[in-house]
Design a protein around this ligand. Structure first.
Ligand SMILES: *Cc1c(COP(=O)(O)O)cnc(C)c1O
Length: 388
């Protein structure tokens, strides 16, 4: 027997990770993750090793079962290096044919706008269907737009617009897209893993998310879930080599889990652990309930402290909540942010032009108890700023 040069780590010695987190991330991603997800990154992994490729295949299979539970056999998953936007760009740039395609982009926030911007960079013929910054998507308006422009071949929408936290009515939008026979692309970046959905039931052809959102992994790659037939027809479409989703998929299929270029091995390991923990929590339904509990506790407490949510309750997602900055009492986002950070919480600035807002996320390794501690820190800030 050949002796290993250095002893392999014993499986029952848990590495010690110092808890170096000075704050919880109440943001739209990256999110606070468990110590066990971070621990999965504490060794080096070979990309060429079969064991690693098997892990990638297992991740792909698990993603498909989460995304299309009613008919996983017709769906496939492609992992792609980079942040979530890279995968959105790969999906749009590969799904649209080089000639004769036209993309309708439904927009009600920065991420919808970004899809239109990507399409423009790729020279894709595009129609933007705008719904403003603080309104939900109206399926009737989409219906009319599709009826009036028969050149449209693909429709893209953001599920949860993280810009404000609005949750778009995916099932109603899907019905219209299906009725018109268009290819349907969904940016479910901030909702996948945190809100149950079924691509097969909804008729979604391409759905994009990333490692550092509701699956609760760390940042480093995105993934596209696709109807097998739809991605199989995309050969030669891509306007980019590294973001060629078809080529990435074809390589992963043919080589059984191999990425084309260097893959973020540590991040992939951490993602595997995050998927295990999602299952242990009880799956997407259970995680959705926890996020919804967090969000409810947040809004109740913030309203009691005098902060008004930007959106009416019926448009609000359980993912992230925008609040109006109070106009009285010497409130500034910067001082609020700094006080909360000192007490162990990081929040996010607002991102819309029509109102002064800030955002607080309810996703990641966050529980209602954390939200209650946050609310104490908010009360502390109010007391401090009232004294000034
Ligand atoms: C986070 C997010 C993205 C991707 O952002 P990256 O910074 O590229 O990871 C895209 N769309 C939505 C809706 C998001 O929330």
């Amino acid at each position: 027997m050949i002796k290993p040069l250095s002893p392999a780590p014993s499986p029952d010695v848990k590495p010690v990770v110092p808890n170096a987190n000075p704050y919880l991330l109440l943001t739209p991603g990256p999110l606070s993750t468990t110590a066990t997800v971070k621990e999965a990154m504490l060794r080096d992994w070979c990309t060429w090793d079969n064991e690693y490729n098997r892990l990638v295949q297992s991740i792909r299979e698990r993603l498909v079962r989460l995304a299309a539970p009613s008919n996983p056999a017709e769906y496939t998953a492609v992992l792609m290096q980079g942040s979530g936007t890279f995968s959105v760009e790969a999906a749009l740039g590969t799904a649209l044919p080089r000639n004769g395609g036209k993309l309708a982009v439904i927009t009600n926030g920065a991420y919808g706008d970004r899809m239109a911007q990507i399409a423009a960079v790729h020279g894709i013929s595009t129609a933007v269907i705008p719904f403003g910054e603080v309104a939900s998507v109206q399926p009737d308006t989409l219906e009319q737009a599709l009826a009036e422009d028969p050149m449209i071949t693909h429709v893209a929408v953001v599920h949860c617009e993280t810009t404000t936290g609005v949750l778009n009515p995916l099932a109603d939008i899907a019905k219209v897209v299906r009725r018109h026979g268009k290819t349907f692309i969904v940016d479910a970046m901030s909702s996948f893993g945190g809100i149950p959905l079924d691509m097969a039931e909804l008729g979604i052809d391409f759905l994009v998310s990333s490692s550092n959102k509701c699956i609760q992994g760390v940042p480093g790659f995105g993934f596209v879930l696709a109807r097998g037939e739809a991605i199989g027809a995309c050969r030669g479409n891509a306007r980019s080599l590294s973001l060629d989703l078809y080529d990435q998929w074809e390589t992963m299929e043919r080589m059984q889990g191999k990425w084309r270029f260097t893959s973020p091995t540590h991040v992939v390991r951490a993602f595997d652990q995050a998927l295990v923990e999602l299952e242990q929590e009880g799956g997407i339904e259970a995680r959705h309930n926890r996020y919804a509990d967090n969000q409810r506790a947040l809004v109740e407490g913030m309203e009691a402290a005098g902060f008004a949510p930007l959106l009416p309750r019926e448009l609000q997602s359980p993912i992230i909540t925008s609040f109006r900055c109070p106009e009285d009492g010497g409130f500034t986002f910067q001082s609020f942010y700094e006080t909360l950070k000192q007490e162990g919480f990081v929040i996010y600035p607002g991102k819309i032009s029509s109102a002064d807002t800030f955002r607080i996320g309810s996703i990641g390794e966050i529980y209602p108890g954390d939200v209650h501690r946050l609310l104490k820190a908010v009360a502390h800030y109010k007391a401090l700023s009232a004294r000034q």
